[in-house]
Structure formats: structure tokens, C-alpha cells
Design a protein around this ligand. Sequence first.
Ligand code: R2B
Ligand code: URA
Length: 299
Amino acid sequence: MAGLKRKFSDVFQSYEVDNLYHFGLTTEDELNYFGDVEVVCMMGSADRAKAFAAKLADERGEGKFFEPKNLSKSDRCNLFKVGKVLSLSHGMGNASCSIFLHETAKLLHHAKADFSRVRFIRLGTSGGLGVPAGTVVVADQAVDGTLEFGFEAVGCGKKKRYPAVADKALSQDLVKAGEVASRKLDKNYQVVTGHTVATDCYYEGQGRLDGALPTWYSEEDKMKFLQQARDMGCKNMEMEATVFLSFFQRLGAPATLCNAALLDRLGGDQHVDPPPMIKDYSQRPQEVVMEYLRKEGLL
Ligand code: R2B
Ligand code: URA
């Protein structure tokens, strides 16, 4: 696996005490504990990050009723470490996610983690595009809300577009792990690869007609948009893929996305399955990544 293309010291300015503000940590805290991390699992929901950590700990025999310790000292996210795996939350949307991408990378740098070994995976939910609810989509690359490839970031007052491509080997490993997990658990969901659309808005950004405001577009316009996305190879739509993939491409570290489709957007705007089904779909990326971690000898 390729190491970082650039040294962090070239990338961000070193302060005597570096502040990881949204974790509530600084370099005056004991960060060496994070030095052996090999896989970073990030997800939107703080509760899901905790539940995933508990499952990892359980599988490692750390006790069924083991309560994972939240290592974040801020109320902005949950941060857990189980063996060499981090499970943490990044909130909803590119803007929130971006904060935790920077601070996670800095955390691992300060902890002297071996970046030639670290992989980054987002485990999320999404709306499917021509795939049935419950399908797990592993991304090969991301497009934005206008269906353009890559991520347009505004930095220091200027717009700049960065590529947002997933690590091929890591994505393939996750697809294989997903096929095993789905079979083992007797759930028979599909694990597919495709482009992931990331939008800045759950409602109008994703062409929904069930937001609070009247829209300029009609049901027909919406369907055209969703079909265009599907026809260019997009399999799902969520809100963080572009920043996530472009960040790690810029850093030179392998990353991918593993998102469950909660519904097929070509069939409507709202989930139709009952809450226990939606919960089951939402947990599938965790099943896939657990299987990957087992295969990698990390559990
Ligand atoms: C998927 O689900 C969230 C919106 O409901 C958002 O974080 C995303 O990407
Ligand atoms: N998350 C999204 O961003 N969109 C959906 O349709 C479902 C989950």
C-alpha cells in the first residue's frame, strides 16, 4: 500500500500546541494511544459510531456488556478506539464531515500513526438510484449535486475542484467482504460498485419534492435528474462522498465509502419500509466492514 504522498509537516502548519478543537483534544493530551490505528471508520451518527465500537469490542471478546469509552471531550462527535480500529462520527453533510477529516488526520499524525497502513472508510446511508432498498453501494468515485465529477471546495475565498476517486483495492476488498457478510448472515443483499452523488441538501439538493418549500422543478424534472444520474453510473446519493474522497486523495491515503441505500429514489422521496427494516439496512455497512476487519486480522 502506498504511503502518504506528502509529509504532514509540509501540509499543515505546526504549532507548539495543536488544537483539535472539535474533539476537545490538544497535543497536550496523551495522543500516543492512537499511534497503532490502521482502519478509521467514520459515520454520520454519534449513536451508530458507539454501537459499531461496541460490536467490535464484543467480537474481540472484550465483553458483551462492555461500554466503549468515548475519547472525544467535546459534544460535537463520538470517538472510540477498539484495538487498531477507530469508530467516530462526522455529522451530516460535507461541511461537518470536513472538520472531522482534518482533525482525524492531525490526530493520527500527532499520534505518529504509520500512514502507510491506515485506511479510511465512511459507513453511511443513502438514497439508491435504480438499486433496491437494502443494497450496499461501495463507491468508485463521487460526483457533486450538479453531477459533475469531483468536489468543488471554496478555500480562502476561491472555488477549486478536486478529484474524488476511491481507492480501488480497498473498494474491491469491501465488495468481497460484503458478499461474504450478506451470505453468512443469510440476508442476501447485493453489494455493488458505482459512483456516489453527494449533495449539500437532503431535500432540494437531491431533487426531493417533499421539503417545506415550493420548488422550481416538477416531478418530471426530478425524474429526469435522477435518471440522468443513474444513466451515468451513479448508484446512490448522500451528503459527504465528495469531501471524503477528495480529502484522502489530496492527503494520499486510501479511502472509500460503503453506504446502504434506504430506498430507491426512482420510486419516491420517502422511505416506505418499516423502521426495523430501515434500521437493518443502516447496519449493513457495519456488517460489511466487520467482515473486512476480520479478514484483515483486526478483530
Ligand atoms: C446520509 O444520510 C444523512 C441524511 O439523512 C446524510 O448524512 C447522508 O449522507
Ligand atoms: N441519506 C441521504 O442523503 N439521502 C437519502 O435519500 C437517504 C439517506
